[in-house]
Design a protein around this ligand. Structure first.
Ligand code: ADP
Ligand code: MG
Length: 423
């Protein structure tokens, strides 16, 4: 982290987000937000209602709709991808009776959560460094996603102004800070994994911009890249195969051991190997089991959630969904144990990252960590496994580190950051 804060082009990119203030909780107004995470694309309308009458909790109302980004869009032409975003926004506005083409109305203000590594030069300006998470759309790397989106809105005659470029980690941090001022970290555990935190500006030697009055800057660590050199993390042969066959070999080493896009694939590689050696399924495999990325991490959740004596639901997963002809109870116990190992490794590595940042910013006495993403939300025991690991790493101080689910943080955060930028 220190290397990334000192100079550009380090493994951890430690990107200044240009967000220098956390919300006060009194912000109000209606904003649009787009959230491109990796699996899902959401359009949201966020209404900030400021502090409730009690003054204690800030209120946010939200309307949203999810769209699926097809593999063709992910890997096709960039203009088609951004036209698709603009079409989704138009559809959302029409459905909700919001005007965006009529010059009699004010332009709508939008926050863009674009969760890929971007070097930022302003709150609404940046350049995509490189795609991650299976995206390869052409003509986007090196370009400004804000400009590409704004151009698509122009092509579609939508009067929407893109006011902020936000990483989902930063959005999650800011959104949760609207409720809880002890929030200093925002973490994503979804398709990918990443973290942002509040850093002191004098601890960012590479920063040569104006010194903000707050003396602070939210930094997007891009921690998924950790150990790209492959010298720290203990990789198994399965991790190496996954890396070699991935869309981005030698990149995002930590992410590949932690996040939702990859856990199911690690498990598939292990099971396919054990089937090929005869240690599982009496040596019988299936087409599903030999097809890359055919096992979603959600299936691992299901396997881990089965506590029945005969592992009846694990049988359904293996025989009906993964098409293994016949499984024994012993097979199913082994499969469940494999899921446990991969899931636990993920949670413990994520906790190591949290411990590193909380220690770095000296917040071991009090720190709220806002966490968004389906992996953290749905994977059984994930939070408990993280807590156990935190206790092993930082001892009793782990009790002062609050890991909280921050659902929808990326959408709300983008709206809040648009509000802060627009003020
Ligand atoms: P995004 O990262 O696009 O914002 P999510 O936070 O929903 O989206 O994360 C999607 C990832 O979460 C996918 O990789 C998927 O495999 C994983 N996932 C979805 N549901 C579950 C579940 N029930 N248990 C574990 N992982 C899940
Ligand atoms: Mg997300």
């Amino acid at each position: 982290m220190d290397r990334g804060l000192a100079a550009p082009n380090q493994t951890l990119k430690m990107i200044p987000s240009f967000v220098v203030n956390l919300p006060k909780g009194s912000e109000t107004g209606t904003y649009l937000a787009l959230d491109l995470g990796g699996s899902n694309f959401r359009v949201c309308e966020v209404t900030l209602e400021g502090a409730g009458s009690s003054g204690a909790v800030s209120n946010v109302r939200m309307r949203q709709r999810k769209y699926v980004v097809s593999d063709d869009l992910k890997t096709g032409r960039g203009t088609d991808l951004f036209d698709f975003f603009a079409d989704c926004v138009r559809e959302f506005l029409v459905e909700n009776g919001i005007h965006a083409t009529d010059p009699a109305h004010n332009e709508l203000v939008l926050g863009f959560t674009f969760s890929f590594p971007c070097s930022q030069t302003a709150i609404n300006k940046g350049a995509l460094m490189h795609w991650t998470k299976g995206f390869t759309a052409s003509g986007v790397e090196g370009q400004d996603p804000v400009q590409l989106l704004q151009d698509a809105f122009h092509r579609k005659q939508l009067r929407v102004r893109v006011a902020s470029l936000v990483n989902d980690t930063v959005g999650t941090l800011v959104a949760h800070a609207y409720q809880d001022p002890s929030t200093h970290l925002g973490i994503i555990l979804g398709t990918g994994t990443n973290a942002a935190y509040v850093e002191r500006i004098d601890r960012i030697p590479k920063w040569d911009g104006p010194i903000p009055a707050s003396g602070k800057m939210i930094v997007n660590t891009e921690w998924g890249a950790f150990d790209q050199e492959g010298v720290v993390l203990p990789l198994t042969s399965y991790d190496s195969v996954l890396d070699r066959q991935s869309a981005h070999p030698h990149l995002q080493t930590y992410e590949k051991m932690v996040s939702g896009l990859y856990l199911g694939e690690v498990m598939r590689l292990v099971l396919a190997d054990l089937a090929s050696t005869g240690e599982l399924f009496r040596g019988v495999s299936s087409t599903v089991l030999t097809t890359p990325y055919s096992i979603d991490t959600a299936l691992m959740s299901r396997i881990e959630r089965d506590h029945s004596a005969e592992l009846a639901d694990v049988r359904v997963v293996l025989e009906d969904l993964i098409s293994i002809p016949k499984t024994s109870a012993e097979d199913r116990r082994i499969v469940k144990r494999v899921a446990e190992l991969i899931g636990t490794r993920s949670a413990r590595l994520a906790a190591a990252g949290v411990a590193a940042i909380v220690s770095k910013i000296n917040r071991l006495d009090d720190c709220t960590v806002a966490i968004d993403g389906s992996l953290f939300e749905h994977y059984p025991h994930y939070a408990n496994r993280m807590r156990d690991a935190l206790r092993e790493i930082v001892g009793i101080a782990a009790d002062n580190i609050l890991l909280v689910q921050a659902r929808d943080g990326s959408g709300q955060g983008a709206a809040l950051i648009a509000a802060l930028a627009d003020a």
